[in-house]
Design a binder for this molecule. Structure first.
Ligand SMILES: *Cc1c(COP(=O)(O)O)cnc(C)c1O
Length: 345
């Protein structure tokens, strides 16, 4: 890896971050007259902890990482944006990602006027490490990978990810939004060996909390300190911090829901691959299935008319004819299957 100093934008490296009242005073006190808060309406009259230490302590324990290696964002989407803003000089630097994949890497790059180069996966949605390394040049600051990948559902080849981590001098983001559904281990355990690695996870999928907006980035304390420097001071609100602590206190609940979703995924996959459907169903390591239904637009419209909404991926690279179907409850999935059976397309 290049020196962090040489990868980070000059202005970000030099920046002196905003120092809030909650940053400047640490310790015990009984009278807080430092932040222009209203003294009534506790506890929500108070600004939340800007660095969310209590929540990070729990996450550190769950994930087996140091709390200084954790950044929390308003969804992983905030972390994606901040990584681009920390490392990529607008109109000069760029990122490289894969296609098809999660659309936010490109959107966040475009918002920041940062070039996004996309390397196609192969016809089985496999990752070609050499192709990615070849497309990255001296202005490429970040490579975004997603595994298990959205919308294809497969995990990327681990050997190919290692090859990129070893041979690329810049930052490598591995987005693991769906890791809890995967048969493969997280790259979190590789943080110690690869100072250029950033792993993204989220409470939005397996933890069942997309509504509270909590994303996690794991990286070296140096990279985490950079993200903290440029984030909004109070980016995670008090309600989210409290609800997240409550959810994270009981991992067994999440694990049970994941097991049920996986059983349901396997059931759905079998049924969709067999007559009368006989669709091509791509292997999934996540909580959704990419299914080639042939006339995807017509099937999509037909389902919507019956009140069932899936994601039409017909116009996405390598996904022609495909719908992305989230695994729901058994009742929801039966409703999908009934609606599909009634379609004539
Ligand atoms: C759903 C998803 C996320 C989650 O984003 P949040 O902002 O945390 O809700 C991140 N990455 C991928 C690939 C996803 O599919």
């Amino acid at each position: 890896m290049k020196e962090l100093r040489d990868l980070v934008r000059e202005n970000v490296w030099k920046l002196k971050p905003y120092s809030s009242a909650r940053d400047e005073f640490h310790g015990a006190a009984s009278v807080f007259l430092d932040a222009n808060e209203n003294p009534w309406n506790p506890p929500y009259n108070r600004y939340p902890d800007p660095l969310q230490w209590k929540l990070k302590e729990r996450i550190a324990e769950l994930k087996g990482v140091e709390k200084e290696s954790i950044f929390l964002g308003n969804g992983s989407d905030e972390a994606i944006d901040l990584v681009i803003r920390a490392f990529c000089e607008p109109a000069l630097d760029g990122i490289v990602t894969i296609t098809p994949s999660y659309g936010m890497y490109e959107v966040a790059a475009e918002v920041n006027n940062v070039e996004c180069r996309k390397v196609p996966l192969d016809d089985c949605f496999g990752l070609d490490a050499d192709a990615v390394l070849k497309v990255a040049d001296e202005w490429t600051k970040v490579i975004f990978l997603c595994s298990p990948n959205n919308p294809s559902g497969n995990s990327l080849d681990r050997g190919a990810i290692y090859k990129i981590l070893k041979n690329y001098e810049g930052i490598v983001v591995v987005d693991e939004a769906y890791i809890d559904f995967s048969a493969y281990p997280s790259f979190l355990r590789e943080l110690a060996g690869f100072p250029n690695l950033i792993v993204l996870q989220t409470l939005s999928k397996a933890w069942g909390a997309a509504g509270i907006r909590l994303g996690m980035a794991f990286a070296s304390p140096e990279i985490i300190a950079l993200l903290n420097k440029i984030k909004y001071p109070y980016n995670i609100n008090q309600l989210t911090q409290e609800k997240a602590l409550e959810l994270l206190s009981d991992e067994a609940v999440k694990n049970k829901q994941v097991r049920e979703i996986l059983a349901e995924r396997d059931r759905l996959e079998k049924i969709l691959a067999e007559p009368p459907f006989s669709y091509q169903v791509y292997p999934s390591d996540a909580n959704f299935l990419l299914v080639n239904v042939g006339n995807a637009d017509a099937v999509y419209d037909g389902l919507v008319r019956k009140g069932v909404v899936v994601r039409n991926r017909n116009n996405v690279t390598k996904c022609h004819g495909c719908l992305r179907i989230t695994v729901g409850t058994p009742a929801e999935d039966n409703a999908l299957l009934d609606a599909l059976k009634g379609l004539r397309v």
